[in-house]
Design a protein around this ligand. Structure first.
Ligand SMILES: Nc1ncnc2c1ncn2[C@@H]1O[C@H](COP(=O)(O)OP(=O)(O)OP(=O)(O)O)[C@@H](O)[C@H]1O
Length: 285
């Protein structure tokens, strides 16, 4: 499968933080969930991809091209949303449409106004009177109204209520029905990623812990809850991380099918993206 975005050994240093050899790929027709705790390096990675900050080293390839910085076609093929409002508060939807129409060669006024109707955003009010969720919907609509092929969304669903999020997630799923499109979605709302992501890239303290398909994670990883004796007897080669509370252990294991073959009386629970992140960040090795 061809990759729409490929990040190889990306490095960027700040005085107190280093993005360290970050690598991952996003195949066409897929949604990549980008997860990690606060300060893990998600926005720094995204800004490097978008050339908003200068990387120290590494290779970023978008749509098969490495040096895309001044390539208008590539830049216009990306729809970007950050978690803060990028429009002037005094503007109305009509003003925004007029401005974006001049910026994007492929601006699609029809699609934009369809989104405005769908999201019930008033076109006579200034942005100042919009709630956080309304501003977020507006930004998402703008990102999806110029025939972008890659959406890069940094915490773009964080201000939305569960109903609006569900509506947006459906729109994302629609978007990738076109096999030439893809989405990079950084989010702390891991239940959203459980619902729609095809791949998960997990970054911790500037380093990639894993970048895998969600099916692979779901099939292979599992949680065993047991007492001290069972934990001591356990084949340690399967343990990724464990958490201990009083005399009980919760253990995140890899290769669930293999583990179950040799421990057929042990219950291995399925885990969520949230569980995996919690074990990696807070569990013991
Ligand atoms: N311009 C900068 N100068 C110095 N340090 C910076 C700069 N920008 C980011 N950092 C540091 O880089 C680290 C990673 O920040 P980043 O915003 O990439 O994290 P994040 O994973 O997006 O976090 P969050 O989930 O909170 O948005 C943080 O420690 C941050 O303080």
């Amino acid at each position: 499968m061809e990759n729409i975005l490929s990040v190889k050994n990306l490095t960027k240093s700040y005085p107190r933080f280093k993005l360290d050899n970050v690598s991952f790929d996003i195949p066409r027709g897929s949604i990549m969930g980008f997860i990690g705790e606060n300060g893990a390096g998600k926005t720094t990675t995204i800004k490097s991809i978008l050339n908003l900050i200068k990387k120290d080293s590494g290779t970023i390839t978008l749509f098969g091209k490495e040096n895309y910085e001044n390539d208008v076609t590539i830049n216009e093929s990306i729809g970007v949303v950050f978690d803060d409002n990028c429009f002037q508060e005094t503007m109305t939807i009509k003003d925004i449409n007029n401005i974006l129409k001049r910026i994007y060669r492929q601006w699609d006024e029809n699609t934009f106004y369809k989104f405005m109707d769908k999201f019930k955003l008033p076109d006579d009010k200034t942005i100042k009177g919009f709630s956080k969720g309304m501003k977020m919907k507006l930004s998402l609509a703008a990102a999806m109204s110029h025939h972008a092929k890659l959406l890069i969304l940094d915490e773009a669903t964080s201000g939305l209520d569960p109903i609006s999020r569900d509506e947006i997630l459906d729109i994302f799923l629609d978007f990738i029905q076109d096999e030439n499109n893809a989405i990079l979605l950084s989010s702390h709302i891991t239940s959203d990623l459980d619902k729609i992501a095809d791949y998960i890239t997990f970054i911790h303290e500037g380093k990639i812990v894993f970048s895998k398909s969600k099916d692979e994670l779901r099939e292979n990883m599992g949680i065993v809850k047991c007492g001290a004796r069972a934990f001591n007897d356990m084949d340690k080669s399967h343990i990724i991380r464990y958490r201990k509370s009083n005399y009980n252990y919760e253990v995140l294991i890899d290769n669930r099918p293999e583990f179950m073959k040799h421990n057929n009386e042990t219950v291995v629970e399925r885990c969520t993206v949230d569980d995996i992140m919690l074990f990696y960040v807070r569990g013991e090795k």
